[in-house]
Design a protein around this ligand. Structure first.
Ligand code: GLC
Length: 443
């Protein structure tokens, strides 16, 4: 039986009506995520009492490498005597980062602010005062976004079930658990109201389920307290972006937004014995890999107990800053580059998709090559020094739509000592040939 036209019109209307709120949600999400997507680089600051002895944050007592009592003795050595948040913010800005995340409370439960809801905080140390507020203010003064790290689990809290790897406070006790959940909500409301963070970086969600944390309710509340707040995904899936840790993704993660968090040496917090630093060159190369795959890098530093930043870390941030400043047009506000196969290295694209940036981390042995690019080239130049480069197209056949190979000569004297960036200004939005080269089977 033929259905009347009105029926299809009606169906169409229903589909439109149903998808409209989804579309609107999508738009407001991308509006909210905009600064994060464009920021590319953040600095992750692990600061807590573990910097006193220079041992693993929280895990050292949880895993039994030090007794809980001895771990807590570090409270008396945490002075923050030379804490200079304006200096921190200046250095962060100089590195080229657009946001920073501070551990307001790690798994050990020690709060860097004077919490109404806990005894275990800065007032138990010689620092005595709120260390989070001046941090947030100094960042904002530099135009940087403020991120607060918060561990959902708290191995010190009397109402929290887990204490040490081989010792629990209790198995099930709904009264205690509900008290703990309320405590988490209370502390987070305190942080939200006092510091209005732009981003929360949760951690430690793995020990309980979404229902136990009340993750849905929590994320709703956080968004109510700070309507534009961004949440990382370590809140049992109720967050906005994925957080691969230490391991650089090899292919583009499926999540729309992601951020690799990585230490500069092998520790999150300050450890006087850890000198295994990555070089600035390695970090720059990791960074371009991240942005080429559409992600951010959140680079870790660990200040000392007196609030000073270790010299090696400061040096890394400054070197990174020189490079990011020189190449800023290829970094901020860009989008993920072209898929692997077109160029031997990471790439990014300008927001209008009309400039392709190539990242070159080696001295080329002859001209560099781009494959499968259908566009015409308006101009090729070296970012940061303006040198114009010439190119040649090789192997284009008039009877085939497979693009030729684009060869670009990059003279030695225009190379950057770390990663050189070449900008290809195209005649329009990038257009790629993504097929197999029109293979002709012979047998
Ligand atoms: C891990 C660790 C923690 C560290 C964090 C940073 O989840 O538990 O010590 O702070 O990673 O990503």
């Amino acid at each position: 039986m033929k259905k009347p036209l009105q029926f299809y019109n009606f169906l169409f209307l229903i589909v439109i009506l149903l998808s409209a709120p989804l579309k609107a949600q999508d738009q407001s999400d991308s509006q909210r995520m905009k600064w994060f997507k464009e920021a590319k680089l953040g600095i992750f600051i692990h600061w807590g009492i573990y910097s006193v002895n220079g041992i693993d944050e929280s895990w050292s007592f949880f895993n039994g490498y030090i007794s809980y009592e001895d771990y807590m003795k570090q409270l008396s050595g945490f002075t923050a005597r030379k804490y200079d948040p304006e200096y921190w913010a200046g250095l962060i800005k100089e590195s080229g980062a657009r946001y920073a995340v501070l551990t307001t409370k790690h798994h050990d439960g020690f709060a860097l602010w004077d919490s109404k809801w806990s005894e275990l905080d800065v007032r138990k140390t010689k620092a005595r005062k709120d260390l989070v507020k001046p941090f947030a203010e100094a960042l904002r003064q530099q135009g940087l976004k403020v991120g607060l790290y918060f561990s959902l689990l708290d191995w010190s809290h009397p109402d929290y079930p887990n204490f040490l790897r081989n010792e629990k406070r209790y198995e099930t006790d709904p009264v205690k658990w509900q008290r703990f959940v309320k405590f988490n909500f209370d502390q987070l409301k305190e942080l939200s109201v006092n510091y209005r963070p732009d981003l929360y970086w949760f951690d430690g969600d793995w020990e309980q389920s979404a229902e136990q944390w009340k993750a849905k309710e929590l994320s709703d509340s956080l968004r109510q307290w700070n309507p534009n707040v961004i949440l990382n995904s370590r809140i049992r899936g109720y967050g906005d972006y994925a957080t691969p840790e230490q391991g650089l993704p090899v292919s583009r993660p499926k999540d729309k937004y992601w951020e690799l968090c990585m230490t500069t040496n092998d520790s999150w917090g300050y450890q006087h014995n850890d000198h295994n630093y990555k070089s600035a060159n390695q970090i720059i190369r990791i960074f371009v890999d991240c942005i080429g795959l559409g992600g951010n890098l959140l680079l870790g530093i660990g200040p000392k107990a007196d609030g000073t930043i270790p010299e090696e870390q400061e040096k890394i941030l400054k070197s990174l800053g020189k490079w990011t400043k020189k190449h800023e047009e290829a970094i901020y506000n860009t989008r993920a580059g072209v898929p692997a196969g077109h160029f031997y290295g990471p790439t990014t694209l300008s927001a209008d998709r009309k400039i392709l940036y190539l990242f070159l981390d080696h001295r080329p042995n002859g001209p560099i090559v781009i494959k499968g690019l259908k566009n015409k080239i308006n101009r090729i130049r070296v970012v940061g020094n303006g040198t114009k480069l010439s190119h040649k197209i090789v192997g284009k056949q008039y009877w085939s739509d497979v693009p030729g190979l684009l060869y670009i000569d990059v003279p030695e004297n225009s190379l950057d000592k770390d990663v050189s960036v070449i900008a290809l200004q195209l005649d329009g939005e990038i257009s790629l040939y993504r097929e197999d080269g029109q293979v002709i089977e012979c047998n």
